[in-house]
Write a protein that binds this ligand. Sequence first.
Ligand code: NAP
Length: 573
Amino acid sequence: MLTTPAPLPSAQRRTRVTDYDAVIAGAAFAGLRVLYELRDRLGLSVKAFEAGSDVGGTWYWNRYPGARTDTESWAYCMFFDKEFYEQWEWSERYPPQPEVLAHLKRVAERHDLYKNIEFNTRVEAATWDEANGIWTITTDHGVEVTARYFIAATGLLSIPLEPPFPGLSSFKGECYLTARWPHHAVTFEGKRVAVIGTGASGVQIAPVIAHTAERLFLFQRTANYVLPARNVPLDEEWRKELMHKRDEIYAMSCKQLWGFPMEDSTTRFADCETDEERRFVLDRAWEAGGFRFLFQGFVDMWVDEEAARFTQEFVHDKIRKLVKDPETAELLCPRDHRLGAKRPPLGHHYYEMFNRENVTLVDIKANAIEAITPGGLRLAGGEEYELDMIVLATGFDGMVGPLISMDVRGCEGETLRDRLTAAADTYLGIAIDGFPNMFTMTGPKCPGGNIPTTVDIIADLVGKAITHMSGHGYDVIEAQPEALQQYVAQCRRMVEPAVLWKDGVNVRSWLIGANVPGRQPAPLFWFGGMELYTGLIRQVIDHGFEGFAFRSPAKVYGRLDGPPLEARGNVVG
Ligand code: NAP
């Protein structure tokens, strides 16, 4: 028998609105997917808060010209809705940002997810109340809501790093962060534009700017391995074929190292007898385009020193062939790290862009940006650049940043901020001991690569965990510290022999958090591949949610087996 819940104890309560079974922070791929899982499959009452004015997350904020997926469209999608998968028509191999956003909006409309999302609202804090087994979630509007479960679907790359350049606010021209691109049109025509950063964002926007800008100065600290995307429009026949392969594509994605529907190479470097044979293997992968170069060349490229060196030389040769000016070509050749130490960007005629007369590559490795001035930018060596616009593509506090941007307090008031800045560790990427009934959809050490595949697997797991609790009358689920430590050790063991770890620290790879000043580098992903990860998940489920502890607190507010809280008419604020 359910009774009207008593007011919840909270000294700082400002506005009381309502209570839910689950509250989700974020409404992009992960938030929408888990909202569907919990509301439609489990029948829970769910509320989602989203900082943007619409769904989309990354695809809402990073609306800079040239933004498009680096994953092939047929795998960068909402897999869970098969009927929708078979209807949606992608225009290109790598769809542009507006198309991805449209895809997400359409999913939200189809499933009427909008009605559960409050936009322009950021989750500021979440506090666990152990006695009652509830989370109190506070938004930036000063509203508090309570929920049994708190789901952080705040994305991997939603918190850009503060640009570290002195004098930035003194700049008199236009200044934009790729990660916070404005909704109004920005024109480059006739302007002297600086792009700072040569990660995936800088590499995507620069060639677009080069088309119309009077001058483009691209400021490069670390040369990257930019893989040719080889984007093409999807013709009718190809589209139709893909639309009917949803199951096959999904199954392949759940097996591949980074969650992409592609066959991994089985060729080891040592399998080839001559350099000619080796170049043939790499050429084939290079021509295939995109991340296929990473997975369809040498299977041991990530760990075999010789394979990595050979691959590095191979890319250098490609750059030298593509870039006419030998000095620029040499500057573009990455020498301080091997492929795999950083997340390689995909280029859309990126190297070819340097053959334009209006494009200048500025090497700031040994001659750093000293300051932004009212009229432009000055390097440590004294060189001045007069500019009309500065575009900052300087990266993110990946994985950890989105979680610690909220003041989350778990058992005994421990803060998630302290916990994750000390060690970016979770169990399976989804749970942390001391933070019960909280799930992270893309927490540190979740599988990297194709995030839609990852969130699909994790949303399913979260749904199954809650169903398991309901079936057993449990109220609280918490990762066991020993299980978390074992999982973390496994993640470390997989990364330590790899180029990512060996070279990544020196070149500030965000994949290991090495780009965040003051942060101790640590693997931010599970790099064991999707097949191993899904096997692990199956084992966890088959063994009654191995690695999780379940309990009931002294008092429980609402029960999972009753109707949703909203249906009980307990909206009290
Ligand atoms: P990023 O890869 O971290 O690159 C940041 C760039 O800014 C680097 O070139 C870095 O140089 C430079 N930088 C940072 N601080 C600097 C400073 N003080 N002085 C000079 N240069 C500085 O960031 P991103 O390009 O935004 O990409 C991050 C991730 O977002 C990608 O790896 C990808 O996962 C995702 N992303 C995906 C897509 C897509 O799929 N289509 C598109 C964009 C981004 P150093 O290398 O020397 O540190």
